[in-house]
Design a binder for this molecule. Structure first.
Ligand SMILES: Nc1nc2c(ncn2[C@@H]2O[C@H](COP(=O)(O)OP(=O)(O)OP(=O)(O)O)[C@@H](O)[C@H]2O)c(=O)[nH]1
Ligand SMILES: [Mg+2]
Length: 270
């Protein structure tokens, strides 16, 4: 299975984002904490070069907090910082406001000297489905951006004033032209950052089982009564086709859905 997904709308989105960069003070880079290192996108790194960056380790409620506590501090530096969040929790985004003001301090102070309260403008970027629009809504306190549990929901840039002199730009999820590292591509597919229609679900589930039985064997085994194969899982769940054979496709769909909903456990696959 070779996974790649770089539709025309992403190329267009990256070009649009680049055009608007001049007026952006801070990049809010939303990572999925289940696959934080795989959510790093070279196209976005080049877009963010030279800007202050606030990394958001999102979906922490579904992730291995101990692993994130090891990884996240690597993202702190002179012009970058991080926050660890569950964007679906009301008020969670407030952690972001103070960090934004620190990252945009030079601009705020420059204007303050002239007696002007300036607006901080931040662009929210990340791979598809990482929770950008959910985070924007959290900060707005209202559902102004459309969200959905699949890749490719946001189609165009949307600037929103979130009050207290902060404006945010929600952007479409973007990947890069060649997902050369298929270990990264698989992880993005596990969490729904790659459109499901371009991936074979059964093959993906087999890869997910392989990785989970290596990295989180106790959690996986507990979920499926010790079964570590699609056959075994179909059997314990009683998934059968009309002729009586095991329904492997249904078992594959169940494993992927269980993983995405956090039913196997709080997991981080780097
Ligand atoms: N459990 C959990 N779910 C989240 C979190 N943040 C977002 N989600 C869910 O993740 C899914 C994707 O959220 P969106 O905000 O639409 O993601 P996006 O990054 O804007 O996606 P695109 O516009 O397709 O790039 C939705 O079902 C959200 O409810 C979080 O912190 N925890
Ligand atoms: Mg979106």
């Amino acid at each position: 299975m070779k996974i790649n997904w770089f539709p025309g709308h992403m190329k267009k989105a990256l070009a649009e984002m680049r055009k608007q960069l001049g007026s952006v003070d801070v990049i809010i880079y939303v990572l999925d904490s289940r696959v934080p290192l795989s959510s790093i996108n070279p196209s976005l790194n080049s877009l963010a070069a030279g800007k202050s960056i606030l990394y958001v380790f999102n979906k922490i409620d579904l992730s291995d907090e101990k692993r994130i506590a090891e990884i996240a501090p690597r993202f702190k530096g002179s012009n970058c910082d991080y926050v660890i969040l569950n964007s679906t929790m009301s008020g969670a985004g407030n952690k972001i406001r103070s960090k934004l003001n620190i990252l945009a301090k030079a601009k705020i102070e420059k204007y303050a000297k002239k007696g002007v309260k300036t607006t901080v403008r931040a662009m929210v970027v990340g791979v598809p489905n990482s929770g950008k629009s959910t985070l924007v809504n959290n900060l707005c306190g209202k559902a102004k951006a459309i969200t959905g549990n699949k890749a490719g929901v946001t189609k165009a840039n949307q600037w929103l004033n979130i009050g207290d002199c902060v404006e945010l730009c929600d952007t479409p999820g973007t990947l890069y032209p060649n997902l050369a590292d298929q270990e990264v591509a698989k992880r993005l597919a596990f969490v729904g950052s790659i459109k499901d229609e371009v991936v074979d679900e059964t093959e993906l589930a087999i890869e997910l089982i392989k990785l989970l039985s290596e990295k989180y064997p106790k959690e996986f085994s507990a979920r499926y009564n010790g079964q570590m194969t699609l056959d075994g899982i179909a059997s314990v769940r009683g998934f059968k086709l009309s002729g009586g054979e095991l329904d492997i496709e249904r078992a594959a769909a169940a494993v992927i859905d269980d993983f995405r909903k956090g039913r196997i456990g709080k997991i981080t696959l780097d």
